[in-house]
Design a protein around this ligand. Structure first.
Ligand code: 13P
Length: 256
């Protein structure tokens, strides 16, 4: 087993009112609030994030956001900043999710600015990359992922790089029930670690956690999480119910 601690992160996307989010957070605190074998993060929508953070207080479950702007403040209607997230005790932020890239125009350059701003503010980016079905079918997967990683992490220094979390999320596997095979996932994860070695050094690359995301469920998680370079999961649908999310954390804890 690698020395990297497994990480299970829940991306609630545009789901859960504040009250629903608090109820889920309370269930998680009861079930997994004290375990320390696996790092656990939940990322509620902005309207729920502060109240969920309060419900998580005193537990080992960390709080993350699903996006942020790279500027600290100013005339950016509809946006929130890294200092605002820090002020409500968020520790992580998902950046460059494919849904942001597809529907909201997040480019590699924009994502890169956000990654740098997150690191400057001691927020750990969960930096997402992944190919579309058309890109996979045309054999472009590794090239696409390489470009996203190189551009998204431009200007990140070696000291900062170890606190970046990369999430490999093949777009065709998100919310579709079509999970990547363990071989497909491991191949891309190993490729990303190789890139990180070139960009930052071998010791840094060995520290970076690379999560898999895309229809990860309790049934397929043990096999995925047993792969050498898969250090956890970024979970959508299965993070919306305490039972399945807890089972994923248990599965990650069981990997030897
Ligand atoms: P699903 O687990 O619903 O496929 O979503 C994955 C995802 O996009 C997490 O960020």
């Amino acid at each position: 087993m690698s020395s990297r601690k497994k990480l299970i992160a829940g991306n609630w996307k545009m789901n859960k009112t504040s009250a629903d989010g608090v109820a889920l957070a309370r269930d998680l605190v009861v079930a997994i609030g004290k375990q320390a074998e696996v790092d656990v993060v939940v990322c509620p929508p902005f309207t729920a994030i502060e109240s969920v953070g309060k419900a998580l207080e005193g537990s080992n479950v960390r709080l993350g956001a699903q996006n942020m702007h790279h500027e600290a403040s100013g005339a950016f209607t509809g946006e929130v900043s890294a200092p605002m997230l820090r002020a409500i005790f968020a520790t992580h932020v998902i950046l460059g999710h494919s849904e942001r890239r597809t529907f909201f125009g997040d480019t590699d350059e924009f994502v890169n600015k956000k990654v740098l701003a997150a690191l400057k503010n001691q927020l750990r980016p969960i930096f997402c990359v992944g190919e579309t079905l058309a890109e996979r079918e045309s054999g472009a997967t590794l090239k696409v992922v390489q470009t996203q990683v190189e551009r998204g992490l431009e200007g990140v220094n070696r000291d900062q790089a170890a606190s970046v979390i990369v999430a490999y999320e093949p777009v065709w596997a998100i919310g579709t029930g079509k999970v990547a095979t363990t071989e497909q996932a491991q191949e891309v994860h190993a490729f990303i670690r190789g890139l990180l070695t070139k960009l930052f050094s071998e010791p840094v690359a060995q520290k970076v956690r690379i999560l898999y995301g895309g229809s990860m469920k309790p049934a397929n998680a043990p096999e995925l999480l047993a792969q050498k370079d898969i250090d956890g999961g970024l979970i959508g649908g299965a993070a919306l119910e305490a039972r399945s999310f807890v089972e994923l954390v248990t599965a990650a804890a069981a990997v030897k």
